[in-house]
Design a protein around this ligand. Sequence first.
Ligand code: ZN
Length: 450
Amino acid sequence: MSQFHAQSAQAVMFFDGNRLTREMLYTEFEAILDGFVPVVDLASQTAQVVYLQLTPGLAVEAAVFFTLAFDAKGMADRRWNIPLEQLAENSAHGPDLGAGPIRLACASQCCIAWHQQQLWDPNMEPKANHFTLIKKSIQRNRLGLVAVRPQTTAALDKTLAGGSAEVGALRQELETRLEAEFRNRLAQKIKEQRLHINTLKGQHNLALDRVKLEYQRRFETLRQELSGSIRELEGEQAKSLKLKGLVDGQADKIKGMREYFELKVTDAKSVGQLQLDELKQHYQLELEARVESEASALNEQLQMREVELMYRNTQLSSLQEEVTRLQSDKQDLLQNSGNQMLSRLSQQGLNFVTFQAGIGHITVPADEVAAFTESPDAYVANRCGVSEQHYAAWSAHYRSPTCHALVAGGEHCGDRVERIERPSDFHLGEADRCQLHRQSPSQLMRAVPL
Ligand SMILES: [Zn+2]
């Protein structure tokens, strides 16, 4: 194949996922690389690109799957410097796209390790296979490439037409070549499958990396949230501690104030008690002084009264003496003058008679007239043979013969009783009681205070 290499064509294809978006000749691609032509629709993107080397018969013989970044204006990254031809020449085999196994450079299969990051892996799934897309596109030949029929086939035809004599040897050779071809094909298939496995591994690794990254990110977020929560908790704890300290301080202050006021109340109580005691004492002293002064004043008055009384007594006794003296004087006078007169009258036949109610007429001898005039009641009582008080009680009964018993309300009964005509027949407590109020002698004794 190397004899065709000089004439081999080069093409470049752009993919967007599993979609072929652009195909061009390598010379056109160089114009993009050199910044002559911007690709506006890829601005600020990284494109997935495939570089292809083609046989003269227009079959793919080498492919490099690489990436190319574009700036905001759609210009290709100037730092891009992947040696496409070198990779295409030196890479290991890939699938057969019509002219035997291609040489393939991709992320899973790269002969220059430091370029691996700039390569990508084709999709080899049956539904969306990049190789199939490439093969179909080349067959459609929109780029207008010119195919050259290989001369090996023509040489073989000429040999076959040479003569039947060599048919046996030719058959032998053909069989050998077919066998070799078969072995090659088998080996090729195995390689393809290995490549497929490698690309799948790469995809899985990428997916795994994405998942790892995602988890790393989520882990980091949660860690930050957790540390934020811890910080908040610590802040709250510190705040709580501070508040607790504040509360303790307040409690201490309140306790101190309470003690102070209790002390004050105790003081006030003791002071009050002291004042009360003082007042009591003062009052006591005042009271005693007053009582003393009053008592002394009263004593003075009393002494004055006693002196007065003594004076009165003296006066009274002197007056009594005078009265006695005057009475005896009067008696003497009566005796001396009246009696003489009365004796004379009596001798001349004149009698002195007095009438007393209930007693009748009493003759008074001349020498007793003085005694009669002195006290007629006493004289008459004496003549009747009763005491003066008995006579007075009888006299009251005679004038008004009623019951003298005391009844409820402190009044006398007042019922009429039989009149006793003579004082000597009158019995106090019996004669002056109605039938209802007459009592036994023992009761009479109590009832009548004589
Ligand atoms: Zn009576």
